[in-house]
Design a protein around this ligand. Structure first.
Ligand SMILES: C[S@@+](CC[C@H](N)C(=O)[O-])C[C@H]1O[C@@H](n2cnc3c(N)ncnc32)[C@H](O)[C@@H]1O
Length: 245
């Protein structure tokens, strides 16, 4: 099986899982961890989009079951979602009947040149393991963004680039991510660590040991420790990248 068909088969299989669990942690049956991560994602997208006028066209690349798409619609944007897996898109259509969805693996994104005010994506490019495919997808994102438009990525990073999950995912170093963005033509690249992968917070939340009322405080704690220590050795972090065309 080629890497591309392995990726496709994995995500298509996830369409049989509960749509709230399928695309982040499919083993999180209680749902606390998925909910915490979605809150971090949606707060980060909202903050990064604050300079983009409401109702502007926004592309949600790798929209999965439409959980990120729904949050963007609720903010007031006109959202188009694309994903590699038709089964996941069926859930997205049910969750967000007001949005437009199309299939794409990123080689060619179905949108006109300069038609989007922003492109957002949550942990999708980390699944494009080859440098060529991630570079091609970033170049497509650059093509469809209006001049001055914003790319908002949340991706996984490590101190040193590492391929994980039996070759399904790559956690690149911050330098590698920045280099890829610059090569695709993006400028003013900024990055901020949002959460640590295995630093106690997320596993304890998954076990139900840290109630939701503590989460805003825990989010701040994760960012403050990241500000001091960067990506922890031996762990990965989820990092928000903002870049301008
Ligand atoms: C971690 S999930 C995030 C889903 C959604 N954005 C969310 O936040 O709930 C990653 C998504 O990327 C999609 N994906 C993986 N490789 C892709 C590719 N080459 N092109 C488009 N989508 C892809 C998967 O199908 C999956 O829906």
């Amino acid at each position: 099986m080629t890497k591309e068909t392995k990726q496709f088969a994995y995500w298509q299989k996830m369409a049989a899982v509960d749509p709230d669990m399928a695309v982040i942690d499919p083993r999180d049956h209680a749902g606390y961890k998925n909910s915490y991560i979605c809150q971090i994602r949606d707060l980060a997208f909202a903050s990064a989009l604050s300079s983009i006028p409401l109702q502007s066209p926004v592309l949600d690349f790798g929209c999965g079951t439409g959980s990120s798409t729904k949050a963007l619609i609720q903010l007031g944007y006109t959202v188009k979602g694309v994903d590699i897996a038709p089964g996941l898109l069926e859930h997205a259509v049910k969750r967000c009947p007001e949005a437009e969805f199309q299939l794409s693996n990123g080689e060619r994104i179905p949108a006109d040149n300069e038609s989007m005010a922003a492109v957002v994506t949550y942990v999708v490019l980390s699944y494009l393991v080859s440098a060529e495919s991630v570079q091609a997808t970033l170049t497509e994102m650059h093509r469809i963004l209006a001049t001055g438009g914003k790319l908002i990525l949340i991706e996984q990073a490590r101190r040193h680039t590492l391929i994980v999950e039996q070759g399904l995912k790559i956690q690149r170093s911050l330098q590698d991510w920045q280099q890829l963005l610059a090569t695709a033509g993006f400028t003013q690249v900024r990055s901020k660590i949002l959460r640590h992968g295995r630093f106690p917070t997320t596993p304890l939340i998954k076990l139900g040991l840290l109630p939701a009322k503590c989460w805003p405080w825990l989010m701040q704690l994760e960012q403050q420790t990241a500000h001091l220590c960067g990506v922890f050795p031996g762990d990965y972090a989820e990092v928000l990248f903002e870049a301008i065309k």
